[in-house]
Write a protein that binds this ligand. Structure first.
Ligand code: ADP
Ligand code: 5GP
Length: 196
């Protein structure tokens, strides 16, 4: 009776609007057999988002109860809402030998590394602040107030990532085709399916 080799953990971080959802959707369609972690959050669902599929949406009270119960591998307040990664899901997935892809903000990644130092990090960056602003407005999913908060936070997040973040890979999402290719290449390299 042998246990399977543990799955790899891939953490993706990016300031909001940099294109993480777009690029991870491409990875989802291109690289089979990856598991995507579903985080908990107290922010309200956007249109098209479903509870238990995109996030576990919950009240602040419920979220705090779970913090106290030690249920999160990491948690942070991002753009004024709580976000956290359920620990049990991470442990179960990697123990079964499956590779896990996670979406965690730059500060959460530092906290996550304390429990999972072997996690691999990919940082997705926008080509410029101006482009980021254009994309956030173009997405049309957020209010003006939310967009302003996210833009302000983007500067801080990028600075934090550059100074305190430990990311093995950085992808500037300028040309979409190039960034898609690169993220698939990186993911394959991490899970050991890289090369020709
Ligand atoms: P995030 O998940 O990082 O917040 P999204 O993937 O939702 O960002 O991207 C924000 C917006 O920018 C979306 O409307 C998306 O279609 C667009 N977008 C993403 N990547 C590019 C790119 N390389 N060029 C132009 N538009 C892009
Ligand atoms: P959004 O609300 O746009 O889906 O996500 C906003 C931010 O929250 C993004 O920077 C995203 O990476 C971050 N985020 C999503 N899930 C988690 C999580 O489980 N933990 C942490 N720390 N951040 C998360």
């Amino acid at each position: 009776m042998s246990t399977p080799p543990r799955g790899k953990i891939i953490v993706c971080s990016a300031p909001s609007g940099a294109g993480k959802t777009t690029l991870l959707e491409h990875v989802r369609q291109t690289v089979p057999n990856l598991v995507y972690s579903i985080s908990a959050t107290t922010r309200p669902p956007r249109r098209n988002e479903r509870d238990g599929a995109d996030y576990f949406f919950m009240s602040v009270g419920e979220f705090k109860r779970r913090i106290d119960a030690g249920e999160f591998a990491e948690w942070q307040i991002v753009h004024g809402s709580y976000y956290g990664t359920p620990r049990s899901f991470v442990d179960k997935t990697v123990a079964s030998g499956k590779h896990l892809v996670m979406d965690i903000d730059v500060r959460g990644k530092v906290m996550f590394d304390e429990s999972y130092p072997g996690a691999h990090g990919i940082l997705i960056l926008p080509p410029s602040h101006e482009v980021l602003e254009k994309r956030l407005r173009g997405r049309g999913t957020d209010t003006e107030e939310t967009i302003s908060t996210r833009l302000e936070n983007a500067r801080k997040e990028i600075e934090f990532a550059e100074t305190r973040g430990r990311y093995e890979y950085r992808i500037v999402n300028d040309d979409l085709e190039g960034a898609r290719k690169r993220i698939v290449e990186v993911v394959r390299e991490i899970i050991g399916e890289g090369g020709g």
